[in-house]
Design a protein around this ligand. Sequence first.
Ligand SMILES: C[S@@+](CC[C@H](N)C(=O)[O-])C[C@H]1O[C@@H](n2cnc3c(N)ncnc32)[C@H](O)[C@@H]1O
Length: 352
Amino acid sequence: MAATNTEYPELLYEYLNGFIKTWSLVAAVDLKIFDHLEGAGKPLKATEVAKNLELNAPYTKRFLDVLTAMKLVKKNSEEETYTNEPLSSKYLVRSSPDCMAGAAVYERTIEIPTQAWLANAIRTGDSQLENAIGVPADKIFDTEIGCYKTPQEQYEFIDGQEGIAIGMTNKCLTSFDLSEFKTAVDVGGGSGVNTWALARLYPDMEITHFDLPVVLQYREKFMPKNAKQYKVKTHEGNFFEDPIPSADLYLVSHVFHDHPVAKSVGLVKKLFGSLNPGGAIVILETFWNNEKTGPLKAAMDEARFLALLRDSYIRSPNDFSDILKQAGFVDVQVSWVEGEAWSDTIMARKPK
Ligand SMILES: C[S@@+](CC[C@H](N)C(=O)[O-])C[C@H]1O[C@@H](n2cnc3c(N)ncnc32)[C@H](O)[C@@H]1O
């Protein structure tokens, strides 16, 4: 149906209802419904789910039907039992190595409350993070007043980034052939989700997982079981203040958007300086098209950052290309990642 159809405003119904899908997913994760269905090892009746998770039985049955319609749970209507759909078994169960559930917790604690202030962001031209959750926009990564205050907040933030990235990392990292590079640094690597994905793709590559000390203390929680077979090490530091280890490849995933324009541009220049000649920078971010008319996922990220961040915006390939070229990079290439993956990829070279 065309977006301009005025007989039946389907698009508006979709927008008005969108948040209920988010909240249903968040509630199911919070209630551990997917973990419980998976752990049972057999289809369960709603009464069993309710009893084991200490929930209200009639509401649980109605909610399992909701999750069935959302294609997250499978219902056997004859036996009135429920199991996880394969999508939920792989991505929403805590024991799965591909678990994205942390993203739902992150949405609930940070993004949803902040997004409620979007109109005020547009009125005032500033981040609403402080109004929404008491964190000043320029202190997101602070251990005293930011999102890294308490161990629980630290873990939830890092787990949230892991959850957001894990479903799309491979799609992004296979956009370009990186096999020529012997050494790499995952700059602001967070949980290490991209570090490990890169290591799996290129087992001989020596990869440094670089982030703040507060983040790297959690790295073992996100390590794959076979971590020892890869050439991965860590480097604690602040990428604005400390030297960044030299390497053939810098991977910078969902980092630039977090910082004001001048700091991001300064970081691109600093990375250019430390990169080995002939090396490359690979950036994962969602991109607007050059006309800034879509895709919708970039527009949604722009709306998200209007409320969340200060002096930061979603860039188009042309925007990134300008920043990279000003720093000295050449041969800028863009790869759009199909679908809803929260990222696209751009690569540029430092001349030999
Ligand atoms: C949005 S997260 C992205 C994490 C990861 N690259 C990913 O794609 O999932 C941004 C990361 O940058 C790190 N970071 C922010 N400021 C930093 C700084 N000054 N020095 C080093 N790391 C920093 C944060 O701790 C966080 O792990």
